[in-house]
Write a protein that binds this ligand. Structure first.
Ligand SMILES: [Zn+2]
Length: 216
């Protein structure tokens, strides 16, 4: 069987109660054909995220016209519940089960468990979280950028000063972005993001980017 679709789900930055994200990677003979990621719920759980990932994987199989496909994920709960080996005692997960089996009709689909380190959808899922948070941050940066004074320290280091509260932040760009603010430290200390080699940029990065564009 040459068509394999990987799915993953995670609730970040905390489970439960964080942002439930999914990631899906469709491959044919080992080549990546399609990647998809997104946010399911802003107050979610890992299990909701994983189930949403599986449903999305089945939908992608349908869209690609793949009627004979193996779907792999690292959630024992979702794989075993889908295969009717484990009971489903939560109603909202039962809804996903019904949806998944409806979407499967007419397709020859096998859903199997793989270890996390073999799941190539894992970093894709984390990317959904990064994008979601950064979109909110960009909106904040747009509101605040007029209130900032920016001074250049070195070629790649800047100080951003908030005119109102006089708070100062040291920002470095290229090759690695870093900022002295608490948001940057808090979010980027997350083990899952480190694992996927992803960084969340803070509002100071976007303010600086806007400033540099303006003064080019
Ligand atoms: Zn910052």
């Amino acid at each position: 069987m040459s068509k394999i679709i990987y799915f993953d789900g995670a609730c970040l930055p905390k489970n439960p109660g964080g942002i439930a994200c999914f990631g899906v990677v469709a491959t044919s003979n080992g080549n990546i054909i399609k990647k998809k990621w997104g946010v399911v719920d802003e107050q979610g759980t890992n299990n909701i995220a994983e189930w949403a990932g599986l449903v999305e994987a089945i939908r992608i199989a349908k869209k690609l016209g793949w009627d004979n496909v193996k779907i792999l994920g690292d959630s024992q709960l979702v794989v075993n519940q889908f295969n009717e080996k484990w009971k489903i005692n939560k109603e909202h997960l039962l809804d996903y089960f019904i949806e998944a089996h409806e979407e499967c009709q007419g397709l020859d689909i096998i859903v199997e468990w793989i270890p996390r380190d073999k799941n190539i959808a894992d970093p894709v899922c984390h990317r959904a979280f990064v994008e979601h948070v950064e979109n909110q941050i960009i909106a904040q940066a747009k509101q605040e950028r007029e209130n900032c004074i920016i001074k250049q320290l070195t070629h790649k280091t800047f100080i951003i000063i908030n005119k109102h509260n006089k708070k100062k932040y040291k920002v470095s760009i290229d090759p690695n972005f870093s900022c002295s603010c608490s948001f940057f430290k808090k979010y980027n200390a997350h083990a899952l993001l480190k694992r996927s080699n992803l960084k969340i940029r803070c509002k100071h990065f976007f303010i600086l980017e806007w400033f540099l564009e303006k003064h080019k």
